[in-house]
Design a protein around this ligand. Sequence first.
Ligand code: PEP
Ligand code: MG
Length: 747
Amino acid sequence: MPHRMETESRKLLGRLREALAADNEGQARLDAVVGLIADSMGAEVCSIYLFRDAETLELCATRGLQAEAVHQTRMRLGEGLVGRVAKERQVVNTADAPAAKGFRYMPETGEERFASFCGVPIQRLGEVLGVLVVQSKDGREYTPDEVYALEIVAMVIAEMTELGAFVGEGAALSARHQQSVMLRGSVAQEGASEGVVFLHEPRVVVTNPISDDPERERARLNDAINQLRSGVDEMLTGSGSVDEAQTQVLEAYRMFANSSSWLRRMEADVENGLSAEAAVEKEQSHARARMSKSKDPYLRERLHDLDDLSNRLLRILTGQGAAARADMPDNPILVARNIGPGELLEYGKKIKGIVLEEGSVGSHATIVARAWAIPLIINARGVTREALNGDPILVDGEQGIAHLRPDETVQAAFQDKLAMQTRAQERYASIRDLPATAKCGTTISLQMNAGLIADLPSLAGSGAEGVGLFRTELQFLVRNQMPRRAELSALYSRVLKAADGKRVAFRTLDIGSDKVLPYMKPNDEPNPAMGWRAIRVGLDKPGVLRMQLQALLRAANGQPLDVMFPFITQINEYRSARAEMDKAIARETKLGHPLPSALRVGAMLETPSLAFAPDVFFEEVDFISIGGNDLKQFFFAADRENERVRRRYDTLDISFLSFIERVVKRCALSGTPLSFCGEDAGRPVEALCLAALGIRTLSMRPASIGPVKHLLRRVDLNEVKSVMDEAIANGDQSVRRAVSDWLVYQV
Ligand code: PEP
Ligand code: MG
C-alpha cells in the first residue's frame, strides 16, 4: 500500500474514533461517520445501509443523497447494487453504475447523477450487517487502495454496530439482542435442557484494525501462532483417554494449525498495515464466505477447521476469550456457528446442550455429541447473531427448537416438560432389567444402535439386549486416513469385549450419500443417496470390504459374529457380498486363525425392491434388518435430509405399514429373523405398531429404550393390531390417529 493511502487511512480512522467517542445519539454518530468518509475520500456521496430485518436493507445515513430518503429507501437482499454487495458479500466497484448488473434506479435518492459506485459489505466475522457506499459524479473506478481503505473502515463500523454505537429509532437502528426469539432447526441429538448461552466464539471486538508497526504485529502474530500450535499439541497428548478415533480427528486439525500458507497470507496483511487481529479476522471472513458458498461437504469441514483455529488465534491475540472456559457458567448451552470435534472434546461433558447455526447430522462434532447424549440442534439459522453470552436459553431437542430469552409462559411450559421427563426417566430406570413383554405375552427384543466405543457404556445403562446396528462407517469418518486392518480388528474386539457376550450386528461400511470420507475423493453425483454408496462401493472396489471382513473375523476370535451388508437391493448383491465373506473365511482358515463359533450374515432392507426378491433370498440370508430411514425415503420418494419433505409422509401411513407387513410375512414363511433399526424403532407409537405387525426385534438409540419398553409393557399387541385394522377398514390414510386415541385410555 502506498505511503499516502496508508497515512490517509490512519488519519481517517483517527477522526472516526473521535466521532464515535463523542457523546451522541446513534443517528448523529452515523451522520458524522458518512460525512468524515466522504470528505476524506473526496467522494460526493457516502451512505450507510443497515439491515432492518434479515431480508431488507435500509438507508440509515447519507452525505450527498437526498436527506429525505434516509430511513425511507429500502431494498431487498440481492436487489440493486447495494443488495448485491450484501448478498454476494463482495465489493462492487464500477465506473458506470447505471450499466452495472443489478442497478436499480431509486428516484427518491437522486442518485442517477452519480456514475461511479463502490460498495463494500459491513461485515463482522462473516455476518453481513450492512453496506458502506461511496459514489462520485465522474466515471472512475475506485483504486484498490481506496477499496482496501473502505474495507477497513467498514470493519470498524461493523465492530461499533455490534457494540451498540448506532442504536436509535426504527428497526434498522434497534438494539440487538433483547427480544425473546424462537429458533427452529433440526434435531441431531434428542433431549431437553435449560441453561444459559455460552458462546463458542465469544464476541471478540477488534478495536485496533490498523497498526503503525508491522514489525510488532508480525511478532505478535507469530507468538500467537506458536501458542496455538502448542495448544493443539497439548490437546492431542491430553486426548489419550478418549476414543482413538477422536485422536485421529485432532491429528487432521493439527495439520491445519501448521499450514504455512495460512500464516503467509496473514503476514502479508500485517505487512500491508493491518493489526494481527484484523489480519486473522480478514482470513476468517474469507473462509466463512467460501464456506457459505461451498456445497462440497469435505471442503466445508476443512474450512470449518480453519474457522475454528482462527477463533482460537483471535482469543489468544485479544485475550478476550482466554478466560472463556474458566468462565463457563453453570448449565452452559453451547451456541456456535459450527464446532470442530477438537473444541467440543475440550469443553467436555459439562456442556448441557448445543445449538448450531450450521452443522450436519454426520459431522464429527455431531458424532461426539451423540456419544455423550447432549441435546443438539443443528441448522438453527440466526442463533449466533441473536444470542449473547449469559442469555437464558431452552433447548428442545425433541422438536429441534431453541427458545432464546424465553418469556414466562414458554419458560413455565418447558419446566413442566423437564419435570415430566425426569419423572419418566425414573420410571424407565425402574423397568430397566425387566423384559419388554406386552400384556399379550409377546416379548420384543430391544437393542441399541451404536457407532463409537463411547456408545457402549449405554449397553448396560439402557437395558438394551444387544447392539442391533453398529454403524462401522463412523470409525472411518472420524479419521483423516483409511484405518488399517490391525487397527480395525483391535477396535472391533474392544466393541465385542464391551458387549460382554451380548449380540453386536456389525454393519459393513455405508459411505457415499451424506457420509463422505475425508480422505476419499468426493464423487460429484447428482443424487448421492441413490448413487454409488454402501454395498455398491463395497462390491465395485472390494479392497476395503475385504479388509473389514477380515478385521471382523479376527476380532471375533472364535466367538459368535453377526455381520450385515447395507443397502442390499437384489439377491445378487447379497450373494456377491456373501461370497466375499466366504473368501475371507477361506483365507483365515488357511492362515490358521480361529473362525467365529457361529456366523450370521444378514442384509439390510433399505430399498423396496428387496422385499420383492425371490423366495430363495429369504432362505439364504441369515437375518434381515429393515433400515427404515432409507427405506422410507425411497418408498415415499422423500429425501430424509430435506427439511421440507422429510416429515411429510407418516411412517404409520397404511401403504408403508402394509409394505412392512408383507416383509414380515415373507420372513415368517422362510423363518428369517427380522429386525427394524431405523429411527422410527425408537418412537414409542411407531414401535408399538411395528411390534403389532409382527416385528420382534427393534434397534434404536439407547435413550429410546426406556420409553418404548414402558409403553410396550402396558398394551396388548393383538388389541393394537385390531385398532390398526379398523383404521385401515375406515379408509384412514394413517393409523396414527386411531392408535393414539386408543392409547389415551390404555396408559
Ligand atoms: C436406515 O437407513 O434406517 C439405517 C439404519 O441406516 P442409516 O441411518 O445409517 O442410513
Ligand atoms: Mg441406511
